[in-house]
Design a protein around this ligand. Sequence first.
Ligand code: NAP
Length: 283
Amino acid sequence: MITGKTGLMGIMGDPVEHSLSPPMHNAAFQQLKLDHVYVPFHVKRGNLAPAILGARNMGIKGLNLTIPHKIEVINYLDELDEVAELIGAVNTVKFTETNAVGYNTDGVGAVKAIEEATPVKGKKIIILGAGGAARAISFQLLLSGVGEVLIANRTREKACNLRDDLKETSMASVDCLGLDDELTWELKDTDVLINTTPVGMHPHQDDEPVVTSDMMHSDLVVNDIVYNPLETGLLREAGKAGAQAINGTKMLIYQGLESFSIWTGVTPPVEVFETALMRELGY
Ligand code: NAP
């Protein structure tokens, strides 16, 4: 039951009605008997400043931010943690009596998802795409001690811009590629391939994947962060090559668990988030 003591968390986005975060967080609050509730807030582009001010003044304890607010929100916070500062985007805010601190749990969510299959330390990793998700994941991979990161993007220049930013913060080997023969060559001794492009996402699930089975090998781990459909064309190709496939729900689950733990100090069992998410996705 919601009372005057119930702690309020939520997500601000535009759009937000299809967010899968409320069912995951609310299931965990219930399971752990925490007197909190998690609500979606439709905050339109241009309305974020008054929305954050309102959240602070209404005693909201924590927020997630999604498209299009992850970068702008930084202007309205008092502090950023190290990872959010490096990435330059925030998906989680914790409010206390006196301040608002920004975090980014997307990268750590992706790394934890991959580490269910293989440790990332010292590994060679190729990331397809050079947008917001690629940025969060690549910085976190460097912080996690990977050996080599290659950013492969349709617009090579954007991959090289991200490479330049990454190089400023790490001594690890980082480079940029286009989606061409060089990618095929580099894949031969790559340990982990991560797709951060929307290729294969509903309603375009029949699009040709950027990487096909003939470019993969059986020791490869392939993570597609697209979670709708659960098995994307890329993951089907991974199956054909005998490679290990990780679907996009894992990153979604682990980034959410990380936010939950930042707000409450408690990490719920993965299964609670997973069951709620699968039910919501209709599985
Ligand atoms: P973004 O900033 O718009 O970046 C998209 C990237 O994909 C760009 O580098 C773009 O290349 C590339 N791309 C787009 N269409 C392409 C195509 N047809 N062929 C080849 N490359 C293409 O997007 P984002 O925020 O990083 O999100 C990317 C995807 O990740 C979305 O599908 C999103 O739903 C998913 N995601 C999942 C999770 C999760 O928890 N599982 C979390 C965050 C995001 P150019 O530079 O050439 O345009």
